[in-house]
Design a protein around this ligand. Structure first.
Ligand SMILES: Nc1nc2c(ncn2[C@@H]2O[C@H](COP(=O)(O)OP(=O)(O)OP(=O)(O)O)[C@@H](O)[C@H]2O)c(=O)[nH]1
Length: 288
């Protein structure tokens, strides 16, 4: 509290400044006590669903002039390291891609394979809520930034993930070729997608774990037939070997870039034709 003597000592102008500061501090304190506080997660600032799945994750947007260090700050926070001399203006074209499918089909492994070129073998740790990674790909000379959201496949997180569907421009829907129920549930996933996602969202169906041919229960043809029924591109993938992983994201990035920069007299692009012309088939034993 300011005493009347201190007011006369500091003069009118200073008094105004002090009053403004006190008001700002009081407002900030009241706001802080009323608003729920973010619980930061070292791996990902979007990970607050870890703490309580019913809480909507907080989002922090870094703004400021080019070169002030926004990207470096984010890398430091996400990976705990500074990348010296790596300044490159962040690309102006960016899209959100979401990974969907039953728990255990390999969504997290698929994302890690694409991002880091590594396979997470060993103990399976189910995703809690939602996590994300960024990767920039170059499509026909244009840098395209993909923000990829890895969702929890478990039923109990469905209400959390539904809230994100409408923000995604593309959805990669995975099943596990060694798990029949994950394939049977694809229709239910597509129903949810039609209910919650944008009408023009790009969808791709992926039959993952194509490396495990000895345990295959879903034929490649069955995946193709289902995909054709829903009019979406399809391929089999392996997060373990990396088969078709990069191609899936590249095809999505090409389609989204084509839509964003579409010109009436420009070249046309059909994602299904592109996928069909590029995809690799499992090296053996795809027929049951
Ligand atoms: N052989 C093989 N195993 C895989 C592949 N992809 C994932 N796995 C294994 O499958 C298990 C589940 O993988 P995750 O990536 O954690 O599954 P998820 O879909 O993210 O599961 P949720 O987070 O619960 O939704 C792990 O033990 C992985 O090692 C693959 O392509 N081939």
């Amino acid at each position: 509290m300011l005493s009347s003597s201190s007011v006369t000592l500091i003069g009118n102008q200073e008094f105004c400044v002090v009053c403004v500061c006190v008001c700002v501090c009081v407002c900030v304190c009241i706001r802080r006590s009323l608003l729920p506080q973010p619980q930061w997660h070292l791996r990902s600032p979007m990970h607050t669903a870890d703490a309580h799945p019913s809480l909507a994750p907080f989002q922090t947007i870094l703004v400021g002039d080019s070169g002030v260090g926004k990207t470096s700050l984010l890398v430091q926070f996400d990976q705990g390291k500074f990348i010296p001399g790596s300044f490159s203006a962040t690309v102006g074209i960016g899209f959100t891609v979401m990974l969907l499918g039953d728990s255990g089909v390999g969504k997290t492994c698929f994302l890690i394979q694409f991002k880091d070129g590594a396979f997470l073998s060993g103990t399976f740790i189910a995703t809690v809520g939602i996590d994300f990674r960024n990767k920039v790909v170059t499509v026909d000379g244009v840098r395209v930034k993909l923000q990829i959201w890895d969702t929890a496949g478990q039923e109990r997180f469905r209400s959390v993930t539904h809230a994100y569907y409408r923000d995604a421009q593309a959805l990669l829907l995975l099943y596990d070729i060694t798990n029949k129920s994950s394939f049977d549930n694809i229709r239910a996933w597509l129903t949810e997608i039609h209910e919650y996602a944008q009408r023009d969202v790009v969808i791709m169906l992926l039959g993952n774990k194509a490396d495990v041919s000895s345990e295959r229960v879903i034929r490649s043809e069955d995946g193709e037939t289902l995909a054709r029924e829903y009019g979406v591109p399809f391929m089999e993938t392996s997060a373990k070997t990396g088969m078709n992983v990069e191609l899936a994201f590249l095809a999505i990035a090409k389609e989204l870039k084509y839509r964003a920069l579409w010109q009436p007299d420009g070249p046309s692009f059909q994602i299904r034709d592109f996928v069909e012309s590029q995809k690799k088939r499992p090296s053996c034993c795809s027929v049951l």
